[in-house]
Design a protein around this ligand. Structure first.
Ligand SMILES: [Zn+2]
Ligand SMILES: [Zn+2]
Ligand SMILES: [Zn+2]
Ligand SMILES: [Zn+2]
Length: 473
């Protein structure tokens, strides 16, 4: 799909209606009408799926599995409401299959989406699907009892549909759960690890696709089907196994990942070089030091990353400023580039803890906070200039950065020793950071923490302006 006109960042490119909406494959029990969590105290009187009440029983979303329940009546065995339940992975495929009768045109659109049936055949995923979905739908819910005119319950059709879901479904975050939607136009967007579009959902669950950066007429429109915070090896591996292609985008092809050194390791043979993949589009290629040319096998790099992941996870589980500082400083000196993806979340946690952790409220800590926010934001901007994916991270960093700057203005401005021009400058910087924070977070859902932070930033900006007016009067 290419841009049919010049687009400015923020322009809406298209809106798309979902063919099917439903619960995620792995989910704790949710109401199949409104997708809020359920506790089992109410069940649909027709089909016995747990619901939140009579109103949701009648929800159009819920009718496909409700009809199956009414016709067949196999028990929906859900007892534990705090853990994911395997019955839910059957709901989305049932809803897809029900389209054939309900809306043949939408069913046709659905089947036109990529399923990678042949690529998946014989794989672990395929075998698991056979056992968990195909077998269950045919031998527990007896879908073949329905006429083939109404429901296409052949094994191949069910596999095709699970393939279509895995390859194309978008995650929609709701306050209490995450659900999936299949969007036929959105599915035509190609992938890039530096996507030029971003998307949000409106109340009627349409997906709204906007330009994340300025886009020239004729340029390819792209979205991202993997995780922006993973290094190249992990992203390409994920795309290979979930979307069945090897990404060759310019971030993947660049060993420095757009100058960030997001996957770079410290060289053990010299004390100042960084080790990068010699050929990032070949996952088996050796890695080589930029300074002394020492090499490392891809296998070795993988093992180092595995170990690092575990070590960092342990610290992040119970973070303190002291522990995080020690970890980040030590690893950045001995093992990885300071911008390495493994340190990203640790640094993001650390920049929030400065000033909040009781042992880190001094001037010194606020200076470190400011510097860390600056460095962190540089990486965000390089990896994702349009903030298509990193808006939540960048928004928090901008907000924290403004707090660090404002901490300098806390002294009493009437006191003689306060440098008025420095104070003015800090207030201006803090205002600019809040404005940037608001801009970055403006599309985030209001019912999510990032949307709430956007609201807080707006209030803080108004207060700051009021305070500023009293300062110079
Ligand atoms: Zn409900
Ligand atoms: Zn029902
Ligand atoms: Zn890529
Ligand atoms: Zn070296």
């Amino acid at each position: 799909m290419v841009a049919s006109r010049d687009l400015k960042a923020g322009d809406i490119i298209f809106k798309d209606e979902a063919l099917v909406i439903g619960p995620k494959t792995i989910t704790e029990p949710v109401c199949l009408g409104c997708y809020k969590r359920v506790d089992g105290s109410y069940r649909c009187r027709v089909c016995e799926w747990p619901m939140c009440g009579p109103a949701c029983e009648k929800s159009p979303d819920h009718q496909p599995e409700c009809v199956v329940g009414r016709e067949i009546g196999s028990p929906i065995d859900i007892q534990n409401f705090d853990e994911p339940n395997h019955f839910y992975e059957l709901v989305f495929p049932m809803r897809c299959l029900a389209l054939k009768k309900k809306s043949p045109k939408k069913y046709e659109q659905l089947l036109a989406l990529e399923s990678h049936y042949e690529d998946r055949k014989g794989t672990y995923v395929f075998k698991e699907n056979q056992r968990r979905v195909v077998h269950m739908l045919r031998n527990y819910f007896f879908l073949q009892e329905f006429s083939a005119e109404d429901v296409d319950s052949s094994e191949k059709s069910i596999h095709t549909i699970t393939g279509i879901i895995d390859v194309n479904a978008l995650e929609i975050r709701l306050p209490e759960s995450e659900i999936l939607g299949l969007y036929p136009v959105f599915a035509m967007l190609e992938h890039s690890c530096t996507p030029n579009t971003k998307h949000t959902f409106n109340a009627s669950r349409q997906v709204i696709v906007k330009a994340a950066v300025d886009i020239k007429r004729g340029e390819h429109l792209s979205t991202m089907y993997t995780h922006v915070l993973w290094g190249t090896i992990a992203r390409r591996d994920h795309l290979k196994h979930s979307k069945y292609f090897m990404c060759t985008c310019f971030r993947c092809a660049d060993p420095t990942e757009l100058g960030t050194h997001f996957s770079a390791l410290r060289c053990k043979s010299c004390d100042h070089g960084f080790v990068l993949s010699a050929a990032p589009l070949d996952e088996l290629a050796d890695w080589i030091c930029t300074s002394c040319n020492a090499t490392m096998t891809a296998e070795k790099v993988k093992n180092i990353n595995l170990k690092l992941g575990e070590e960092i996870e342990n610290v992040i589980a119970m973070p303190t400023v002291e522990k995080l500082e020690e970890l980040v400083n030590r690893l950045a000196k001995t093992t990885v580039h300071p911008n390495h993806f493994h340190l990203f979340v640790a640094r993001h946690t650390l920049l929030q803890l400065y000033g909040r952790d009781p042992n880190s409220t001094g001037e010194d800590s606020m200076k470190k906070k400011e510097k860390l926010c600056q460095d962190f934001l540089k990486v965000c901007t390089a990896l994702d200039p349009g903030m298509a994916r990193l808006a939540p991270y960048a928004g928090v960093a901008l907000y924290e950065y403004h707090l660090a700057v404002l901490s300098r203005t806390r002294q009493d401005p009437s006191e003689k020793h306060v440098d008025q021009s420095a104070l003015r400058k800090d207030v201006e910087t803090a205002k600019a950071l809040l404005q940037q924070c608001i801009r970055v977070l403006q599309d985030e859902p209001k019912d999510q923490p990032e949307g709430a932070l956007c609201q807080v930033a707006q209030e803080n900006l108004a207060e700051l302006r009021q305070w500023e007016a009293t300062l110079y009067s």
